[in-house]
Design a protein around this ligand. Sequence first.
Ligand SMILES: *Cc1c(COP(=O)(O)O)cnc(C)c1O
Length: 532
Amino acid sequence: MNESTPRVAYFCMEFGLHEDLHIYAGGLGILAGDILKAARDENLPMVGVGILWRQDYTEQFIDEQDRPYDCYHEYRYDVLEDTGVVVTVPIQELPVRVKVWKCTAYGNVPLYLLDTFLPDNPGWNITAQLYGGLEEERVAQEMILGIGGVRALQALGMPVDIYHFNDSHAVFAGMELIRQQMANGASFTDALLSVKQHIVFTTHTPVWAGNEAHSHRVLAYMNAYDGLSWEQVTTIGGDPFSMTAAGIRLSRRANAVSQLHGQTAREMWKSVPGGPDILAITNGVHCGTWQDESIRQAHAAGADLWERHMALKRAVIDLVERRNGVSLDENVLTIGFARRATPYKRSDLIFSDRQIIGELLHSRKLQIILAGKAHPNDMGGKATITNIVRIAREFPESVVFVQDYDMVVGKMLTRGCDVWLNNPVRPMEASGTSGMKAAMNGVLNLSTLDGWWPEGCQHGVNGWQFGGGYQGSDANQVDSVSLYQVLRGEVMPAYYDHRADWMRMMHASVAMAQWQFSAARMVREYYERMYT
Ligand SMILES: *Cc1c(COP(=O)(O)O)cnc(C)c1O
């Protein structure tokens, strides 16, 4: 870091810093947490801005009818520092007070967390549930993050060169910066141009439905225009107001999160100025958090990884024993799959041909550990989980579903399975990061060529691909046939008959992942290509 290194404020709706700080839902938050840790490791001038979700995203368990149900607690923390700063965000006509906490407890640069849970505060429960509520509540939450975040940094006296919107939830911060310049006499056009110089934006989803849009009726009703006019707000986000288009128009540079996602995003947003220039910066994960230390050391010494791997595998088997009462066999090839239950991730693809998979499971040559949550309002996702739970009941000795997927479960599974399965419909997975965690622990990836995997995969050398990058409408059929072929023809023989090759592949996997797919590489790339 030197005098000219830009000071960055990294805005995100969720941060996954540690399992005990319940303010994340999944990959987006973990990425944000990892970047704050990497910035701290690299001594870079960054702070995070997020929300102190008092009731978490959801804790999710399975009921007697195999259906996922959600639990909420109200969390109190002793790892947060009171900054003494309170700012106000007018929501509808109500002056909502926002308290600012600071968190540096997890090896991260400072994370400022916004909190409306104050006595007598109108809208006190806006910061209750991450991704909870209806459209009005979502807009209110986004106003707290964007408008409240800018005001909080100013009240803290924090100088900011670059505002990084990690996904689009923070775009109202751009409107607030424009409004402030206009209050100082600038025209809207000049204010937009000048604010743009200080904003960068990362887009995260090729799934249209994952790109939020809001009706202007709701925005106006909530007071999200923040003093701007309908024309001005429409210039930024269109009608309906596309949060992603707004992010692209408000920023001087936008990026996607893998090389393949870069292509998809440039095509997807080509009609928005700046859309065709979207860069690609592939995600990475924080090695200090996700890589087992003894695996790292053994790999560096070129030593045997097997013994250490088996210890990590036994830890997973113990976890399954404790949580599910099932005793898995440490000598059986064990596949892990932990994902948000959403259609394009196809959590049950490996069960599509019951004949083939049934034979493999009954022969006791294969065990499968699955985990994942569905969004509390996503009935389709919940039905997928129910399906998996019922399949697990059909194969009680060799298929398990671990409830309440969180960072603890994620950490253990990406260290202690033998193979990490990933089968999104290409090109729907922007990046994916759990496979990177697995790879740097010598857990071999078996994945469709989507997200980050086309950049990492050397088939048969550091993992395997299946499906050949196929993108037709019959991809489910093509991918499942190919999955069984590679599993039976390559993965199982390597595991059972060519253990020395397998162990070489584990080293190749760690070598591939630990720099190229690290948050350290990623944060440097952000500084070089986005911030400066
Ligand atoms: C790493 C991680 C994710 C993201 O994994 P993907 O492969 O991107 O789906 C989600 N949730 C938890 C708990 C994780 O640790």
